[in-house]
Ligand binder design. Structure first.
Ligand SMILES: NC(=[NH2+])NCCC[C@H](N)C(=O)O
Ligand SMILES: [Mn+2]
Length: 313
């Protein structure tokens, strides 16, 4: 059974609005669409909404973020204990740290992460030019030092604590897909597999997904968490997001990527299993007729086996 968990959090990004993401994705029919292809889905509703609350010399809206990350880790862990598969619908990318931490805690250190995103999200408080925590979840999960002192460093340590006692994410087990806006200090963190839009232009989705599959087998991944930031998509197709970058995945590329992920995991000799999926950064305030959320739902259908002529489930 699939557990859908909404996380209406948008206090640590570049602009508010993606707290409405879970509602937009539900209105676009996520639960019904997955049920329509034969999956058992339980909608667990949303995590509590948060109010802005900032300490003067700390990071912007850190206290509500901390509470949300901690809450999501517990919710996802509970999903695992019940034998279910989590789908997390954000909200900002920051919150996903809680979900992946739960996967690492439950499944162990052999969890690999596929970060489908225009951005690497591997800044630390010290390296980030914006100070926005939604650009830092990978650094948090990997347990990188904050690169700061004082209150901000204390908060970063509190975030580490909120991620729980499980293993940290290894940067060597992290793959990025559709990258095209990476800050210079993030480049050294791309230690796993970094597939940029240039690679996708040059080699296509089929070859780059094949590279990903081989890499997952080589590193001995037991489980895969797929994190889908809608800004991976081209903004012409998916304008509803706060940090849009042109030159992203086209409609066909995005669907082929999802269809191939389904195929990879359905292969009889596939050594890794799906640990969970999230979709984040959908912002209906800057969208056009909910097109981004609709695209998200269609993408999920492809990921779970829907094809043009039917379903492979
Ligand atoms: N999840 C996101 N949309 N992240 C965008 C991050 C942008 C930029 N690299 C920053 O750190 O501020
Ligand atoms: Mn992101």
């Amino acid at each position: 059974m699939i557990d859908v968990i909404g996380v209406p959090f948008d206090l640590c990004g570049s602009r508010p609005g993606c707290a409405l993401g879970p509602a937009a994705v539900r209105y676009a029919g996520l639960v019904e669409t997955l049920q329509g292809i034969g999956l058992e889905v339980r909608d667990c509703g949303d995590m509590p909404a948060m109010r802005p609350e900032t300490d003067e010399d700390g990071m912007r809206n850190f206290p509500p973020l901390l509470e949300t990350v901690r809450g999501l880790r517990k919710a996802v862990y509970k999903t695992y204990l019940e034998g279910n598969l989590p789908i997390v619908v954000g909200g900002e990318h920051t919150v996903v740290a809680g979900a992946v931490a739960a996967a690492l805690q439950f499944h162990g250190e052999d969890v690999a992460v596929l970060w489908i995103d225009a951005h690497a999200d591997a800044n630390t408080p010290g390296s980030s030019a914006s100070g926005n925590l939604h650009g830092m979840p990978i650094a948090a999960l990997a347990g990188l030092p904050s690169g700061t002192e004082g209150k901000v460093d204390e908060e970063w340590n509190a975030l580490q604590e909120a991620l729980g006692s499980g293993p940290r994410l290894s940067l060597n087990r992290t793959a990025w897909y559709a990258l095209r806006d990476v800050d210079p200090p993030e480049v050294p963190q791309l230690q796993g597999l970094a597939l940029t839009m240039h690679d996708i232009d040059r080699h296509g989705v089929v070859n780059t997904m094949h590279t990903l599959d081989r890499w997952l087998r080589t590193i001995g991944a037991s489980h895969l968490w797929i994190s889908f930031d809608v800004d991976a998509l081209d903004p012409i197709l998916a304008p509803g997001t706060g940090t849009a970058v042109r030159g992203g995945l086209t409609y066909r590329e995005a669907h082929l990527c999802a269809e191939l992920l389904f195929e990879m995991m359905a292969a009889s000799d596939c050594p890794y299993r799906l640990a969970g999926v999230d979709v984040v950064e959908t912002n209906p305030l800057v969208d056009a007729n909910n097109a981004t959320a609709v695209m998200v739902v269609e993408w999920f259908a492809s990921l779970f086996g829907k094809t043009i002529l039917g379903s492979r489930r």
